[in-house]
Write a protein that binds this ligand. Structure first.
Ligand code: IPE
Ligand code: IPE
Ligand code: MG
Length: 233
């Protein structure tokens, strides 16, 4: 069984301010939660894990917070690539790269090439990611390549391919959002067409591998119908 889990890692700021600390502290601890979850995931039958790390709308945050988030991400890439490789995890960063610093883009490319060939799981980290932007870009590319006269089934397949030019993305099976909010915040709108949704009040820095295991058990108990009628018997 192949399984794609996507996580909106939310609640770092509230976790920290709730303890009278600065939001930055929450982001630092959030990075540790990422490590825990990435270690736990392959053994839970997850073969693709997509983590929402920075949305295109997150550029609107104070410059100091944005700067810290990118420093943490760059540090993660530098420190974790070797372990990811050792664990058979292939890293892919999805989202726009044209607004990232050349230094960060280079770090991303290094980590991707170092972990290329990982067979146990693909870890996709969404950075400067906007699902609407991804869709619009895909439409633009398909229109430029094929013209808009392509018939509908072709157009849908071509769009799917164009959206994942950097590497394939299966449809999301399970979408988890921590931090209590119940919204998608421009994440994987296309890929979540039939995703099971799981919202938890737990803040991201508190999230553990056991929480992920519990989420997978909950997912396994759901009845996915994909628009069909369940046959009796
Ligand atoms: C998620 O936590 C991390 C990012 C969006 C980068 P937040 O920073 O959104 O934390 P809250 O939602 O304000 O608590
Ligand atoms: C979504 O969280 C983005 C990430 C987790 C990276 P936000 O905290 O930015 O989303 P909103 O603003 O609550 O919708
Ligand atoms: Mg948030």
């Amino acid at each position: 069984m192949s399984m794609h889990v996507a996580i909106i890692m939310d609640g770092n700021g509230r976790w920290a301010t709730g303890q009278g600390r600065r939001r930055e502290w929450g982001h630092r601890r959030g990075a540790e939660a990422v490590r825990r979850v990435v270690r736990a995931a392959p053994d839970l039958g997850i073969d693709a894990l997509t983590l929402y790390a920075f949305s295109s709308d997150n550029w609107s945050r104070p410059a100091a917070e944005v700067g810290l988030l990118f420093r943490l991400f760059e540090r993660y890439l530098g420190r974790e690539a070797a372990e990811l490789k050792e664990n058979g995890v292939a890293l892919r960063v999805v989202g726009r790269r044209d607004r990232l610093s050349p230094q960060l883009v280079a770090a991303i490319e290094r980590a991707e090439s170092e972990t290329r060939g990982g067979q146990r799981m693909t870890l996709r980290v969404a950075v400067d990611y906007s699902s609407r932007h991804a869709l619009l870009e895909a439409v633009r590319n398909v229109a430029a390549q094929h013209g808009l006269a392509a018939d509908r089934p072709d157009l849908s397949a071509a769009l799917g391919r164009a959206m994942h030019a950097g590497g394939p993305s299966p449809d999301v099976d399970l979408l988890i959002r921590t931090g209590g909010e119940k919204r998608l915040s421009d994440f994987l709108l296309w890929e979540c067409a039939y995703a099971e949704l799981l919202f938890t009040p737990k803040m991201w820095p508190d999230y553990t591998g056991e929480d992920l295991a519990a989420a997978i058990r909950e997912y396994a108990s759901r009845d996915r119908r994909f628009g069909k009628v369940k046959l009796a018997g």
